[in-house]
Design a protein around this ligand. Structure first.
Ligand SMILES: Cc1cc2nc3c(=O)[nH]c(=O)nc-3n(C[C@H](O)[C@H](O)[C@H](O)COP(=O)(O)OP(=O)(O)OC[C@H]3O[C@@H](n4cnc5c(N)ncnc54)[C@H](O)[C@@H]3O)c2cc1C
Ligand code: SF4
Length: 338
């Protein structure tokens, strides 16, 4: 069990001023190095002395990783842009308010001032056992402490578990998936871009990571195409306390309604599995249907198909069903009330 000592283990600190230098340092030190963004996730691990990297690469001096830029057909958000900047950026608020809503619900103003969008989508699991240093599957052990009849597992997964039942805790991730964002990475082989939904992985692919970044890789930016700009959005987060708390579940949807029918839709949830889930079956089922409570009902049922609760998180099944239902039917209410 971890004891908080507030004295971090010694490490060599690098503070590069370009992406090229940062990537070179990371490549040189491989598994010994750890990328530092806002530090809100990392400092816990260091202060608890659970993770002890030899090298820390601080990205805060790299100006090219900061800020929001517009291109002819997209916006690009630097990985080191703070969540507060994401929330307050006028273009994001005007055209991609799904993301500003999601980012505004992350933790507290202080955490949003320091935490970055790159760190938010790359943060680690918040499972109590893992964060306390218990030697579970995710920590290279051979047991899951959360998946037992008496374990504390209210916050854990109801879908796609594979030995580990931890969930991805990011609020911005499902909004970025719904907006069809692309994640831009710098690796030893050059630049690589992936769809937001492919950035995240479950324990079936690698039980020690929630994303595809490997030692030496950097997330440099997130691009949001204009395809979904200004469409109808729905974001809802449910948490135990209405301040400063991780999601138990959240849902993000972007929808184009033509006449009284759903012409196009992208919808994703987080907090249900080790990776944020794009609900493709739901998208296919509701396309061409009215954005009504009845369509939402069908969508909600479909979304939770195959869900398997643990001892203390069965509530997540009706919760997810209702969030998806409201994401479809709620847009209709918003339309009629405007
Ligand atoms: C009390 C508390 C409450 C919170 N509540 C919420 C919440 O409600 N919703 C929510 O979504 N989040 C929440 N968070 C998480 C918080 O938003 C994240 O910890 C934060 O966004 C991480 O960002 P950071 O910049 O501090 O990342 P860091 O802690 O610096 O890094 C996090 C991880 O990402 C990696 N990383 C970061 N940037 C890059 C990059 N550019 N390239 C490669 N790897 C990178 C780091 O190596 C590290 O592994 C909470 C955190 C705390 C402490
Ligand atoms: S849920 Fe995952 S992180 Fe938590 S104890 Fe089990 S294996 Fe470890």
């Amino acid at each position: 069990m971890a004891v908080i000592r507030d004295v971090m283990p010694a490490f060599e600190l690098f503070q590069p001023s370009t992406v090229t230098d940062a990537q070179k340092i990371l490549e040189q030190h491989g598994r010994d190095a750890w990328v530092l963004a806002g530090g809100l996730d990392i400092f816990d691990w260091l202060k608890d002395r659970i993770k002890k990297p030899k090298v820390v690469v601080d990205l805060s001096g790299i100006e090219e990783l900061k800020g929001v830029r517009t291109t002819s057909d997209s916006i690009e958000i630097g990985a080191m842009t703070t969540l507060t900047e994401v929330v307050s950026n006028p273009i994001i608020r005007q055209k991609y308010s799904l993301l500003s809503q999601a980012a505004e619900l992350v933790a507290s103003p202080q955490i949003r001032n320091q935490g970055t969008i790159g760190g938010n989508v790359s943060q680690d699991a918040r499972c109590w056992y893992y964060r306390a240093g218990w030697p579970c599957y995710r920590a290279d052990g051979n047991i899951c402490y959360a998946d037992t009849p008496t374990a504390r597992n209210r916050e854990h997964a109801i879908l796609h578990a594979d030995r580990c039942v931890a969930v991805n805790p990011s609020d911005s991730a499902p909004a970025l998936i719904a907006l069809d964002a692309k994640f831009v990475m710098r690796t030893s082989k050059g630049e690589r871009t992936v769809d937001a939904e492919d950035y995240f992985i479950g324990p079936d692919i690698d039980i020690t990571r929630l994303h595809i970044l490997r030692p030496g890789d950097l997330l440099t930016a997130i691009r949001i195409p204009s395809t979904w700009a200004g469409t109808q959005f729905y974001f809802e987060k449910v948490r135990d306390r209405n301040v400063w708390d991780f999601p138990l579940l959240n849902v993000a949807a972007a929808m184009v309604v033509s006449g009284d029918r759903i012409a196009q839709i992208r919808i994703a949830v987080n907090g249900a599995a080790a990776r944020p889930l794009r609900l493709k079956a739901v998208e296919d089922a509701v396309r061409g249907k009215p954005p009504s409570a009845a369509t939402g009902e069908v969508a909600g049922k479909l979304a939770v198909q195959g869900a398997v609760p643990l001892q203390f998180n069965a509530y997540k099944i009706p919760l997810m069903r209702n969030l998806v239902k409201r994401a479809i039917g709620g847009v209709e209410e918003a339309k009629w009330s405007s």
